[in-house]
Design a protein around this ligand. Structure first.
Ligand code: ACO
Length: 402
């Protein structure tokens, strides 16, 4: 017979909540979401106000330290981050050690874990100075790593960061291989990418963030914990969705651009096909980030002078979905990733780089959540229980008697 009573015997109470639909794993002061109303706030500030008025590093500071920096605090923070953007020379060979067509998320995950080998004096999460330095090193080096991964895929040499430039501007220069003196990083791109990074910067206990906390709850160092978060983010139901949206739009375009046939397949659940970039565990209303990205997609594409058939297909899909009972009944609306890929594509990023860009944006959130978890004296190692549904006790049978 099936044995399910061990947990009940031990505790008198069993909660089985697959996917954590109703289980809070922590208290947190970082991000507030009201999924029914479509509200998202970082440390109390509405996401639309931050997207319109602040910069990514300012938001990183807010998430990590809890308050908006004044001008001098922001300048000091920016200086500390930008001066650490170089990677150790030995580390560069790391990027050529993988097949050039290997997925950037796999390389990024290993690279972040590997930072622990270069910065061994920053591994103790219980030492505030070490954790502070690790925070700065991660914010500084992860964009350089992402740029190098992009360059390596193209076989281009790796440029050195230029600390006289802005964080996002220089990331674009490194990625797109603009020479050192070149001042031509398009400010439209810099501003749009900065804003997209802000929108991705935190989203409370999503799959990757919960992973970071879970791994960190064993007091694993912050690099190991965030590398695990990168692994979680790579899945197509999470951060990989932005890449999946583009593949989906490309396939619809290649099939003649007929959105209605694709939507029929989605509604019939044919081969499990889903409308990627739609639906969210928490938002049962329009994702507030999606509304901002949709406007930005129009703006960026117009400013870059690139008309995009894929944007038209995307808007066609959204239009069908917003008026279709299947989507209305299930409260499925566009999420942040429905339109982001179109902007990244217009900027010139290859599709495989979309999810690493999500990781670059989510980094301050992961750091802030790891730090909050470590600082909380009530944190225990994460150790869920299970409801066992396997065999009851039975006697071992020797190999020659099976
Ligand atoms: N297309 C078609 N149907 C969908 C979709 C979709 N994108 N999303 C959910 N549904 C349907 C499900 O089939 C299910 O239908 P049923 O009641 O007939 O069985 C119902 O809506 C509920 O879906 P669940 O999968 O139970 O919802 P859950 O909260 O577990 O999943 C998720 C949320 C994973 C985001 C889901 O909506 C999805 O797969 N979306 C597509 C992938 C995506 O865009 N992911 C990005 C998420 S946001 C982020 O990470 C930034």
């Amino acid at each position: 017979g099936v044995v399910i009573s061990n947990l009940l015997k031990e505790t008198g109470l069993v909660t089985l909540d697959s996917g954590f639909m109703n289980t809070a794993t922590t208290t947190s002061q970082i991000t507030y979401i009201d999924g029914d109303e479509g509200i998202l706030r970082y440390r109390g500030y509405p996401i639309d106000q931050l997207a319109a008025g602040s910069s990514f590093l300012e938001v990183a500071y807010l998430l990590i330290y809890g308050e908006l920096p004044d001008a001098s605090a922001l300048e000091q923070f920016t200086t500390r981050v930008t001066r650490h953007r170089l990677l150790h020379e030995d580390f560069k060979s790391f990027f050529t050690a993988f097949p050039a067509n290997g997925h950037p998320m796999a390389i990024l995950q290993s690279g972040i874990a590997g930072l622990a080998t270069y910065y061994q004096h920053t591994l103790d999460p219980k030492d505030p100075e070490q954790l502070e330095l690790a925070t700065v090193l991660l914010l500084a080096k992860v964009p350089t790593m992402i740029a190098y991964i992009a360059k390596r895929a193209l076989g281009l040499p790796l440029l050195y960061p230029d600390s006289s430039r802005g964080y996002v501007e220089d990331f674009l220069r490194l990625t797109f291989h603009l020479p050192y003196q070149d001042k031509s990083v398009d400010p439209v791109l810099t501003k749009a990418l900065d804003m997209l990074l802000i929108l991705h910067a935190d989203h409370e206990q999503n799959c990757s963030t919960s992973t970071v906390r879970m791994v960190g709850s064993s007091h694993a160092n912050i690099y190991a914990s965030i590398a695990a978060g990168v692994g979680a983010l790579s899945g197509p139901l999470h951060g990989g969705a932005n890449e999946a949206v583009l593949s989906m739009l490309d396939a619809i375009k290649a099939g003649g651009g007929d959105a209605s046939d694709f939507m029929r397949r989605v509604k019939d659940k044919e081969d499990g096909v889903r409308l990627m970039g739609f639906g969210h565990r928490v938002y049962k209303n329009y994702d507030p980030r999606a509304a901002i990205v949709k406007d930005a997609a129009h703006e960026v594409l117009t400013q870059l002078g690139s008309s995009d058939e894929l944007l038209d297909i995307a808007m066609g899909l959204e239009d069908i979905a917003l008026h279709d009972d299947y989507f209305i009944e299930r409260k499925l609306y566009p999420n942040v990733d429905f339109y982001t890929g179109l902007i990244y594509k217009a900027m010139g990023f290859p599709t495989q780089m979309f999810t690493p860009l999500f990781a670059m944006g989510r980094l301050p959130g992961w750091i802030a959540q790891y730090r909050e978890m470590i600082a909380d004296p009530t944190t225990k190692i994460g150790r869920p229980r299970q409801v066992y549904t396997g065999e009851g006790e039975r006697d071992f049978v020797a190999l020659d008697q099976r």
